[in-house]
Each structure stands twice: as structure tokens, then as C-alpha cells.
Design a protein around this ligand. Structure first.
Ligand SMILES: Nc1nc2c(c(=O)[nH]1)N[C@H]1C(S)=C(S)[C@@H](COP(=O)(O)O)O[C@H]1N2
Ligand SMILES: [Mo]
Length: 256
């Protein structure tokens, strides 16, 4: 694959920003002209990832009729986090939960659950594919991540978004985390989900808030999200590979 894919991917990102309404927000025209931001598309990437992106661009994941929703959205990984900070929030019905948006942003933000629910909402019925070999279909509602990032306004140098979670899956004091590039962060089906099948997220599926990044495999759908951090690189987090399972050898791109 030669660099010929890069210009078309730049166009896709501009289209993605326009499609999410970002173009209407103050500062966003400047953002889309910002070389560092657009430069996310020319990152050195593994060949497979460039081929996949080159072929599919901002293609949407399939969405399904409500009649196909699975009776139970099978939970996996952490299903009942026991870290002290999570237990304290859960004990209060998440009333004191605040989702933080920070890092390379002009305006760091915090949202209560009520504040998140009052923001523009996208609902999508999608299939979740775990690498263990099972799939389930669920209806998710939440705030497009593009909207939150538009409110926070990216600073020059922003290239990735890291999601920090409350749970300690291994039990060694570390916390689950994940990351995506800006193209996936601004994808129209990337939402900060607060509802599953029309009800608040159950604890097993990531209460109070999880990401849905619909073009990605299950392990790239972080649950129990505490902080959304905009960064210039993800090497300094965890084991340096961009996510909990990536640190154990899984592919960072994790596309489907
Ligand atoms: N914080 C956190 N997020 C996580 C996990 C986890 O253990 N902790 N497991 C991942 C994996 S491997 C899968 S398949 C899905 C499971 O989501 P579900 O429990 O809603 O089915 O969450 C992903 N996100
Ligand atoms: Mo998974």
C-alpha cells in the first residue's frame, strides 16, 4: 500500500467532522484546517489497518431492527467491579458520578449522568462481536463522542483518545483502558452510551457509562468509563500498547 490512500482518508475525516455537526461549532473550522488534527490520517500504521481503512473509510457498522435484539446482552470481562472508587459511586446510585473529558482540550469538562442524558442522543441497534467467538445484538443510546469533543475543543497535537475505566480486571491494581484514533473517535456511531435496550446500563454491561465504537471488536468497547483523555500518543499508558488486551498481545486496531 502506498501513500495514495492518505489524501482520500483526509477527505473522509473532513466529511466525518461535517457529518457530526462539528463544522457548526466555534473553532471547528480552524480544527479541520489544523495540520496536526488532519495528520492523524498519515500515522504510520500496520499494513492490514491501512488496507482496511483504505477500503472502508467511515463506513457505518450494520444496524438491525429492534426485533433482532438479543434477549440477554451477554456480559463479559469485568461484570461487577470491586474497586473502592467504583463501589462508592455505585452505592449512591451513581448520583455523584462525573464523566471527565480532559487532556489536549481547550476546555476540560465534567458531566453528571443527568447532564449527559440532556445532550444530543444517538440510538443504534448493533451487533457486538467478542473475539471469544460469540455475538449479541443490543440497542444503545448515548451522546456522540464527536459532540463531547466538539464542546471540549481539541488542542493542536491531539491524535488519540484514551478511555480510563474504573475496573481492575486482573486484580493487580491496574485499571482497564482503551484507545482509538481521532477517525474512530469522530465516527458517527461512536457514542458514550448511558442506556442499553431503553434502560440505564446494567452494572454488568458497564454502568454508568461505556463506549460503543461500532466498527471495533468487543475488547475495544470500554465499560465503566471514568475519564476520556485526548492525547498525542498512548505509549505512556498501561503497558504501552494502547489497551488492556493490547498489552497482552491483541491487535490495537481491532476492526470488524
Ligand atoms: N472496563 C472494561 N471494559 C471492557 C471489558 C472489561 O473487562 N472491562 N471487557 C471487554 C470485552 S472483552 C468485551 S467482549 C466487552 C463485553 O461487554 P459486555 O459485558 O457489555 O458484553 O466489554 C469490553 N470492555
Ligand atoms: Mo471480548
Amino acid at each position: 500500500m502506498n501513500d495514495a490512500v492518505v489524501p482520500s482518508r483526509r477527505r473522509l475525516l473532513r466529511a466525518a467532522i461535517a457529518g457530526t455537526g462539528m463544522g457548526l461549532l466555534a473553532g471547528c473550522d480552524a480544527l479541520s484546517r489544523n495540520a496536526a488534527f488532519v495528520d492523524v490520517l498519515s500515522l504510520a500504521e500496520p499494513l492490514s489497518q491501512r488496507v482496511q481503512r483504505g477500503l472502508s473509510g467511515q463506513r457505518l457498522a450494520a444496524e438491525f431492527p429492534e426485533s433482532m435484539i438479543s434477549p440477554v446482552f451477554r456480559p463479559n470481562g469485568s461484570i461487577d467491579p470491586r474497586t473502592p472508587e467504583y463501589l462508592a459511586l455505585k452505592a449512591e446510585g451513581f448520583r455523584n458520578y462525573r464523566l471527565q473529558v480532559a487532556g489536549l482540550v481547550e476546555r476540560p469538562l465534567e458531566f453528571s449522568l443527568d447532564a449527559l442524558r440532556a445532550l444530543p442522543t444517538r440510538t443504534q441497534v448493533t451487533r457486538h462481536d467478542c473475539v471469544e467467538g460469540w455475538s449479541v445484538i443490543g440497542k444503545w443510546s448515548g451522546v456522540p463522542l464527536a459532540h463531547l469533543l466538539g464542546l471540549a475543543r481539541l488542542k493542536p497535537g491531539a491524535r488519540y483518545v484514551v478511555f480510563h475505566c474504573f475496573d481492575d480486571l486482573t486484580g493487580d491494581g491496574s485499571r482497564y483502558y482503551e484507545s482509538v484514533d481521532l477517525l474512530d473517535a469522530f465516527h458517527p456511531q461512536t457514542i458514550v452510551a448511558h442506556s442499553l435496550n431503553g434502560a440505564p446500563l446494567p452494572v454488568a454491561n458497564g454502568a454508568p457509562v461505556r463506549l460503543r465504537i461500532e466498527r471495533k471488536l468487543g475488547y475495544k468497547q470500554p465499560k465503566y468509563v471514568r475519564l476520556i483523555e485526548v492525547v498525542d500518543g498512548y505509549r505512556r499508558f498501561g503497558g504501552g500498547q494502547g489497551g488492556y488486551w493490547e498489552d497482552l498481545g491483541y491487535d490495537w486496531y481491532g476492526g470488524i
